[in-house]
Write a protein that binds this ligand. Structure first.
Ligand code: CAA
Length: 282
């Protein structure tokens, strides 16, 4: 099947980033969120990001205008999904919520539509179990910041068909990204490794290391583009904690989130999105 029209569920950092790169790639995109304010904020973020990309000469002003014109928003899930060939769910990491959404998508979407999830850690098969089209469910895990990161992790669920896989890979290629294929276990490849790294960095802070020195060490001594404390601020402490909890559930105690990570989440020190994590963003 040929994907032409996309629906994005959830207008947060991942949702608006995916909408942006898809629109630039030539797709018609409709974004859904329960709040009108979130949809407006998503459009403002997309405009700001594209303006920056135009200023760097990576796309023209005309490309930007055409891309923005391809994006629509609505608080109605049905409105956004009824014409979609590919839906990408990007709501926050809550298994029950995701299952409920997939149950609804199964009823609303065209029978041939592909249902993708951008979950960072929950096994795709678990989400797919709430609908009757497991062959059309697939993990499409984008990386933050979506407009800048080249890779997308693709996860084949237990029932995902070859046709779904092929159509998804074609979409990833058309938006200028490259797919890395991961097996469907909690955390896949990227979160399995990065969440552990970030959790370990929290332990290092607890032991008395400063976030600045940890980040400096990993950038200068290991060549990482940003240190793990800054990375935790970028992805959100609650996302890393949820990833660890999902892996702990499936693989055991060695993936337990550090108590300080949990405490920081409870205190709202989530990172860039709340204005404060290990660093200050206000
Ligand atoms: N849109 C457009 N431009 C953007 C942007 C966006 N969303 N975000 C940043 N930029 C711009 C910046 O404004 C900056 O522009 P100037 O050069 O004019 O100042 C430029 O891009 C480069 O950014 P920076 O100078 O801040 O930083 P950098 O050169 O180090 O690159 C980076 C930034 C690409 C994010 C790099 O640090 C990096 O690769 N970091 C690792 C990120 C990573 O690991 N992501 C995956 C996390 S895991 C995940 O996302 C999955 C999950 O489920 C949690």
């Amino acid at each position: 099947m040929e994907v032409k029209t996309l629906a994005i569920i959830g207008a947060g950092a991942m949702g608006n980033g995916i909408a942006q790169v898809s629109a630039v790639g030539g797709y018609n995109v409709a974004i859904n969120d329960i709040s009108e304010a979130s949809l407006n904020k998503a459009l403002a973020t997309i405009n700001k990001s594209l303006t920056k990309i135009v200023s760097k000469g990576k796309i023209t002003q005309e490309d930007m205008d055409n891309s923005v014109a391809r994006i629509k928003t609505s608080t109605s899930l049905t409105e956004v999904c009824k014409e979609a060939d590919l839906v990408i769910e990007c709501v926050f990491e809550n298994l029950e919520l995701k299952k409920k959404i997939f149950e609804n998508l199964d009823k609303i979407c065209k029978p041939e539509a592909i249902l993708g999830t951008n979950t960072s850690a929950i096994p795709v098969t678990e989400i797919a179990s709430s609908c009757n089209r497991g062959d059309k469910v697939i993990g499409i895990h984008f990386m933050n910041p979506v407009p800048l990161m080249k890779g997308v992790e693709i996860i084949r669920g237990q029932l995902t068909s070859e046709e779904t896989m092929e159509a998804t890979l074609k979409y990833v290629k058309k938006i200028g990204k490259e797919a890395a294929i991961a097996v469907d276990y909690a955390g896949f490849i990227v979160s399995r490794l990065l969440d552990v790294l970030m959790n370990e960095a929290v332990k290092l802070v607890q032991e008395g290391n400063s976030p600045e020195e940890i980040d400096k060490a990993m950038m200068l001594c290991a060549g990482h583009p940003m240190g793990p404390c800054k990375l935790l601020d970028l992805v959100g402490a609650e996302i890393a904690m949820h990833g660890m909890e999902t892996m702990e559930r499936d693989f055991g105690d060695e993936y337990k989130p550090h108590p300080l990570l949990k405490k920081r989440v409870l205190a709202g020190l989530l990172g860039m999105k709340t204005g404060k994590g290990f660093y200050d963003y206000k």
